[in-house]
Design a protein around this ligand. Structure first.
Ligand code: NAD
Ligand code: UDP
Length: 311
């Protein structure tokens, strides 16, 4: 029997890759999305597949479905998008988690939450290990996202402790690849688009802040492995590529890979922008037998090809 799998936020960047992969693995997939940041274009190639269904629904509102597994991705993820309506963002994380967990409790489905490296805030421990509790501003412009995701983790753990809901928590670090929204303001999409158009590359701050970038295929591989591990492994587990780089280095690499004549310009650093970020992935290696495989140059070249087609 095919497994029936619900993917909330399935029309977004990560969700669209996940739906595609789950269908390739011969599952039935229900994609639930309110199309706030996701698009039909991202999933258009799946419409002809009889095992694929799309439901327009806001996860803030309760829903009732049957499924064997739930991947809970619904939530705007880029600072531009999640700050557009902070109240809706935190409702999406918190009510979205409660609604997914209520469904999991009722149907005995396994439920995976896409948490984030943002739960570590501007980290005082480097690289970040899962046991680190983080350094998050509760009242800043990023808080709707960071605190929403932290609260969702709490809800997952309490449903697990109180109701034996089968949960899986992953903390995703910066991920990039085809199907990223060109308008989302994230650094990889901005730099690639600016380079391809020959426009100035906008570095915020002095560009010494770091991130560690993971290619989408590696993340999807980890998500499927995490869902398949034994129920006793709930996480949270970091999923990312420890290949840390500064924003200046990223800009120069993208200029080189696109053969661009763009110049780098510097502007103000956004409020509460984390100074550094790098996952410790020892736990993922040991518990999931997983580590990222795609080198950043290779992943960026594939992403550049995608943006060449759509801009
Ligand atoms: P995305 O914005 O491309 O996708 C999010 C999807 O959720 C979109 O299709 C959007 O329309 C949908 N959505 C938003 N609010 C909704 C609501 N209330 N009801 C139903 N659908 C709703 O973002 P993404 O990069 O694909 O991120 C997916 C998940 O992974 C998010 O939960 C995000 O927090 C998490 N994550 C992503 C990254 C990353 O680097 N991309 C890093 C850490 C965590
Ligand atoms: N950033 C930048 N120029 C841009 C967009 C982002 O220098 O055009 C910086 C941003 O200030 C942050 C880093 O790049 O320090 C990563 O930003 P992004 O929004 O992609 O992810 P997040 O901050 O959520 O990790």
């Amino acid at each position: 029997m095919k497994k029936k799998i619900l993917v909330t936020g399935g029309a977004g960047f990560i969700g669209s890759h996940l739906c595609k992969k789950l269908l390739e693995l011969n599952n039935e997939v229900i994609c639930m999305d309110n199309f706030f940041t996701g698009t039909k274009d991202n999933i258009a190639q799946l419409f002809d597949n009889p095992s694929f269904e799309v439901m327009r629904h806001d996860v803030v509102l309760p829903y009732s479905l049957e499924a064997d597994e739930i991947y809970n991705l619904a939530c705007p993820a880029s600072p531009t998008h999640y700050q557009f309506d902070g109240v809706q963002t935190i409702k999406t994380s918190v009510m979205g988690a409660i609604n997914a967990l209520d469904m999991a409790r009722r149907t005995r489905a396994k439920v995976l939450q896409t948490s984030t490296s943002e739960v570590y805030g501007d980290p005082a421990v480097h690289p970040q290990v899962e046991s680190y509790w983080g350094n998050v501003n509760p009242i800043g412009v990023r808080s709707c996202y960071d605190e929403g995701k932290r609260c969702a983790e709490t809800l997952f753990m309490d449903y697990h402790r109180m109701n034996n809901v089968r949960i899986k928590l992953i903390r995703i670090f910066n991920t990039y690849g085809p199907n990223m929204d060109p308008e989302d303001g994230r650094v990889v999409s901005n730099f690639i688009i600016q380079s391809l158009k020959g426009e100035d590359i906008t570095i915020y701050g002095d560009g010494s802040q770091t991130r560690s970038f993971q290619y989408i295929d590696d993340l999807i591989d980890a998500m499927i492995k995490m869902m398949a591990t034994s129920d006793s492994f709930t996480g949270p587990v970091n999923i990312g590529n420890p290949n840390e780089m500064s924003m200046v280095d990223l800009a120069n690499l993208i200029i080189e890979l696109t053969n661009s004549k763009s110049k780098i310009v510097f502007s103000d650093l956004p409020l509460d922008d984390p100074r550094k970020r790098k996952p410790d992935i020892s736990l993922a290696k040991q518990a999931l037998n997983w580590e990222p495989k795609v080198p950043v140059r290779e992943g960026l070249l594939a992403t550049i090809e995608y943006f060449k087609k759509i801009i």
